[in-house]
Write a protein that binds this ligand. Structure first.
Ligand code: FE2
Length: 650
């Protein structure tokens, strides 16, 4: 049984009882209430009754005026809950009058008790203070937390069973005895069409180059205008297709560099009591006259020297081994920097800062809260099961706990705001005109669409820069992001305050892009790229070669990770790439695609029209991507808006 009361500018109704089964109710008041300000709800005391999830309340006044109250909240206790009318209000717009039965400050004070910052590790962004998902407030848990938690454990168990099955075929060995054994074992596990393509093409130089542009780590590659001193490649060493000299191709903008310098000297761990290895390579890539991107030189350590040869494509077996060391380095940069830090951990920072500083009536809350859904839950699960002391990644990646922490710290200390904003990142890396860079092409179009949407919404509420400057809640939000997320690193370029509307629009665009598009680009292809383990090995068991001419198939197989490391990491890649089983449109408990807002938090016409336009533009982009993909051997789908979630939810 529920009690309901309406509060208006000129008075309030009596409490009226609802049975909970009716959808409409006539509420009679002695006097006119004026403009409605809030609705109050109270559950009657009944210990056996379940909590009640309220979606929304709509009130039609005797004058036929409709007032909408978006609620989407569990009513659990017998206390009085107050919910404001749906019009978005900036920080200075609502007087804390008694009539409201609600103040923004009370709401924020309550939230600050519920959503606390925690130092997870010094030198890393702060996170939400919850040791496991059950400690999270109910509204930010997975819809079916128990199922999800169980699912994660069950998947790992299932994969371990599969591993045992593999052991039955190749009983008694820890490392792989042949490529056929790898193939046979992995064929038994989960399938992915793209992974079949990867298995067929992983040795090809053109596919290596393709992955620098459109794999799960499309952000490492930069144009090379002059060769770094530490990477002394010469014309004697490399032959460029089209027989051009290095100096000429440098000038033509046809040479590119991947430099994994953040991995230099990172401590590696033991797996199955064996030392593991991680390189910090430099890779020079060439844009060929056929518009392919191919690696032409690889140096596996940062410091040049006799024991650090520069491998080239004519080095036969050495070349494949050198490329594999790069792919394993890429695994680490991807998992820790590009995926974990730059999407998961940052999305969590934005979410905690939002909940601590922005009340429900604020336009920024209405705009951003759908883009934080389930992020706390998945990150809390990841901290407990993937990167904890006995987490799967800690146990089976080359850089165990300490090494992983070093990589994350270095990544945060060099992270810039510009690199989070795709148009600037593309410019800074000098990759504006690289052909077949679908991540860039789709990403820039998506950035523009999101920017137009965010600009439409925010300029509807902020007509001038001074409006932004005087919104204390907005200012507290960005201050929190700067201090708790970016640890007050001024050189990151992250704003410390908002002084202009444009600045606010850009920042919010980045938040939505990071939580949806960027996460999809680096998350959704993990199984595609990594299922054929030799293409993306989580660890390697031999030191990077110091001389040429010693590699052969046997050495290669002994260098690959052991069977158990392979299978455990594969389980994780599968789990993290899998579209949520509850990925459906338009239902507020579930994962939804970008631009769908089943919780109708905006009640005014302007933002609602902008949402529709946003959805149409996303659909058009999806269609254009589909058309382009129809002509590709390997379709690039990771930035199709129809296939990405609104938030970092897996
Ligand atoms: Fe993810």
């Amino acid at each position: 049984m529920i009690n309901i009361k309406l509060v208006g500018e000129d008075g309030e109704s009596d409490w009226t009882r609802m049975t909970g089964t009716e959808t409409t109710l006539t509420l009679t008041c002695g006097n006119p209430l004026g403009e409605l300000l809030c609705v109050q709800l109270q559950k009657q005391r009944n210990v056996f009754e379940n909590p009640w999830f309220v979606e929304k309340v709509e009130v039609t006044s005797p004058e036929e005026k409709v007032f909408k109250f978006p609620i989407y909240h569990w009513i659990k206790r017998t206390k009085e809950y107050s919910f404001c009318e749906g019009k978005a209000l900036r920080s200075w717009e609502q007087h804390n009058s008694d009539k409201y039965k609600y103040t923004r400050q009370q709401e924020l004070d309550r939230r600050k008790d519920k959503y606390c910052w925690k130092v997870y590790k010094e030198g890393l962004p702060q996170c939400i203070d919850a040791d496991d998902v059950y400690a999270l407030p109910s509204e930010v848990r997975f819809s079916f937390t128990k199922t999800k938690d169980f699912f994660l454990n069950a998947t790992l168990e299932m994969l371990k069973d599969k591993m045992m099955e593999m052991y039955n075929w190749i009983w008694g060995i820890d490392s792989w005895e042949s490529f056929e054994a790898v193939e046979k074992a992995l064929a038994k596990s989960i399938t992915s069409d793209v992974s079949v393509y990867v298995k067929q093409n992983w040795r090809e130089d053109a596919f290596f180059g393709y992955q620098c542009l459109n794999g799960v780590n499309p952000m490492m590659i930069k144009r090379c205008d002059c060769l770094p001193e530490k990477f002394p490649v010469t014309d004697d060493l490399v032959t460029l297709e089209g027989t051009k000299a290095l100096s000429e191709e440098l000038k033509n903008g046809n040479l590119f560099l991947c430099d994994y310098k953040d991995l230099d000297g990172v401590q590696t761990g033991l797996i199955n009591n064996k030392q593991q290895y991680l390189a910090a390579p430099l890779v020079l890539l060439h844009r060929t006259p056929e518009d392919e991107l191919k690696p032409v030189a690889i140096q596996l350590k940062q410091k040049p020297g006799k024991d650090n040869p520069i491998f080239v494509s004519t080095d036969q077996s050495d070349w494949l081994l050198a490329k594999t060391f790069v792919r394993s380095a890429d695994f680490h940069d991807h998992k820790l920097n590009v995926h974990l830090l730059r999407t998961h951990l940052l999305a969590e920072v934005f979410g905690v800062a939002l909940l601590r500083n922005i009340p429900r009536v604020h336009p920024l809350y209405k705009l951003l809260i759908p883009h934080t859904r389930y992020t706390f839950a998945i990150n809390t699960l990841a901290r407990k099961q993937l990167i904890s002391e006995d987490g799967v990644l800690t146990k089976y990646a080359a850089a165990g706990g300490e090494g992983m922490r070093t990589i994350l710290e270095r990544a945060l200390s060099s992270l810039t705001y510009r690199s989070l904003c795709l148009p600037e990142d593309i410019k800074d890396r000098g990759v504006e005109s690289v052909p077949k860079y679908y991540y860039r092409d789709d990403g820039l179009r998506l950035w523009d669409i999101i920017h137009r949407f965010v600009s439409g919404i925010l300029t509807n509420y902020y007509k001038s820069d001074s409006d932004v400057q005087k919104d204390s809640e907005l200012q507290n939000f960005i201050k929190n992001v700067f201090e708790n997320g970016f640890l007050s690193r001024k050189e990151s370029g992250i704003p410390q305050s908002f002084s202009a509307v444009d600045e606010l629009v850009k920042f919010v665009t980045m938040v939505i892009f990071t939580s949806s598009a960027q996460h999809s680009a680096v998350n959704n292809g993990q199984l595609d790229i990594g299922k054929w383990m030799p293409n993306f090995p989580p660890t390697l068991q031999r030191a990077p070669p110091t001389v040429k001419g010693r590699a052969n198939e046997n050495v290669f197989l002994q260098t690959l990770p052991d069977v158990n490391a392979t299978v455990n990491i594969l389980a994780i890649l599968w789990l993290l790439s899998k579209q949520s089983t509850d990925f459906v449109y338009d239902f507020y408990f579930y994962h939804v695609p970008l631009g769908r807002y089943p919780e109708e938090l905006f009640c005014e016409e302007v933002p609602r029209d902008l949402i529709k336009k946003f959805q149409e533009e996303l659909k058009e982009l999806g269609a254009a991507i589909g058309k382009r993909n129809a002509n590709l051997d390997l379709p690039y789908t990771y930035l199709d808006p129809q296939l990405m979630e609104n938030s970092v939810g897996i």
